[in-house]
Design a protein around this ligand. Structure first.
Ligand code: GLU
Length: 424
């Protein structure tokens, strides 16, 4: 009999959601008690105070975290989020999902996530650089190419990864590109990493439409979120011939049944930072956008946007989860009962990002670089294999697609822990 003696450190809606998903999956595969709690709870975390000098000469202290959920299957892997609503519970849930994601697609990684409570839009470029460097400085003994490898997430980007790589390299005294992924190409970033998550989302959406015998050219798509994942997903979906009829960011959305001019929207955001007042269609709220009639709906922003309040009103055929944890467990149940929506669960759908991060890490460790075609071919090969294994698991046990994906991911982590044994 196993007993978990756990504190309330991570307790939050989103951590409880991740735990309930785990419990359901562990029950479904009869995961023995002795291995259950070992597999479920995060291994360790670090919380740091990050003082930075502001442009006006004052000092502000920000709080940052890194949660390493599992290190049994390789270095832990996962992004760093800069967002004003970050909590350690959220970071822990995201770390847990990274474990299942890496394991599901067969990467030799555990799961981790980092976060800083900050609205990066409120910082000057110099302040953002100070904060990024200070975060890495505080993490120097906690991360590393063979310990824990960070990457971008919401509110962070290539530039920030470059500063972090530089800070770490300065500390250890030699260039160490493999300490973070999602870097600029000039610092050892991989071809295709920037577009990898969105390219994977669109590729899988297209594959599922083919399974459903829906012609891609007749499909419409709605994308929530216009950061890296949302904008790249929208572009890639359009690249396959789908009509993207609505996009949004946190300032609101744009709806145009004739199709959004995506390159124009991207250029607009490059200069204006947000989509607000973009004139390529009618304004629409984020809430209404999710309920638009469309073939593919891609939530590509934050967690828990599809809830028991709107799940019954979704009008999509395929729900492609670009974000991590966009669908609450209650919403999941409603969608399952409806039975008319194919869910591509987050751990499968958005895994393209971490897959190409793995390629970047391999290229850094071997100092041998691949061209874009090779990266994309290998990416789609891994996604095909992961999709096939999820479909097989789904059919074999009559699971929902999410349960199929989670049970595969969880089982592999549990197996690794079992084989490693328990240190006396
Ligand atoms: N933050 C991304 C995710 O949630 C990418 C992580 C990585 O590349 O390590 O999957």
């Amino acid at each position: 009999m196993s007993k978990a003696i756990v504190s309330s450190l991570y307790d939050s809606d989103v951590f409880r959601m991740a735990c309930r998903q785990f419990d359901k999956a562990a029950d479904a595969i009869n995961l023995p008690d002795a291995i259950r709690d070992r597999t479920k709870y995060p291994k360790r975390c670090l919380a740091v105070a990050l003082p930075i000098k502001r442009a006006d000469g004052s000092v502000t202290v920000f709080e940052g975290y890194r949660v390493q959920h599992n290190l049994s299957t390789g270095p832990s892997k996962g992004g760093i989020r800069f967002h004003q609503n970050v909590t350690i519970g959220e970071v822990a849930a995201l770390a847990m999902w990274m474990s299942w994601k890496c394991s599901l697609v067969g990467l030799p990684y555990g799961g981790a996530k980092g976060g800083v409570i900050v609205d990066p839009n409120q910082l000057t470029p110099t302040e953002l650089e100070s904060l990024s460097r200070r975060y890495m400085q505080e993490m120097v003994n906690f991360v590393g190419p063979h310990t824990d490898v960070p990457a971008p997430d919401v509110g962070t980007n290539e530039k920030i990864m470059g500063w972090m790589m530089d800070t770490y390299s300065n500390h250890v005294g030699h260039v160490e590109p493999a300490v973070v992924t999602g870097k600029p190409i000039a610092l050892g970033g991989s071809q295709g990493r920037k577009e990898a998550t969105g390219a994977g989302v669109a590729y899988l959406a297209k594959k599922y439409l083919e399974d459903l015998r829906i012609p891609v050219a007749e499909a419409t798509a709605v994308v929530q979120g216009f950061g890296n994942v949302g904008s790249e997903s929208a572009l890639a979906l359009a690249g396959y011939g789908m009509k993207v009829i609505a996009i949004s960011d946190y300032t609101g959305g744009i709806y145009n049944p004739k199709g959004i001019d995506l390159p124009k929207a991207q250029t607009y955001v490059q200069y204006q930072r947000v989509l607000r007042d973009f004139d390529g269609g009618e304004p629409i709220s984020n809430a209404d956008l999710l309920e638009l009639n469309c073939t593919v709906l891609v939530p590509a922003a934050l967690e828990r946007v599809i809830t028991d309040q709107n799940a019954g009103r979704l009008k999509c055929r395929v729900l492609a989860e670009g974000a991590n944890g966009p669908t609450t467990n209650a919403a999941d149940k409603i969608i399952e009962e409806r039975g008319d929506i194919e869910v591509i669960p987050d751990v499968l759908c958005n895994s393209g990002g971490v897959i190409v991060s793995y390629f970047e890490w391999l290229q850094n460790l071997s100092s041998f670089y691949w061209d874009r075609d090779e990266v994309m071919r290998k990416l789609f090969g891994i996604l095909d294999k992961a999709k096939d294994s999820v479909e097989y698991q789904k059919r074999k046990f009559k699971f929902s697609r999410r349960l199929a994906a989670l049970t595969l991911g969880i089982q592999r982590v549990a197996d690794a822990k079992e084989c490693r044994g328990l240190f006396p």
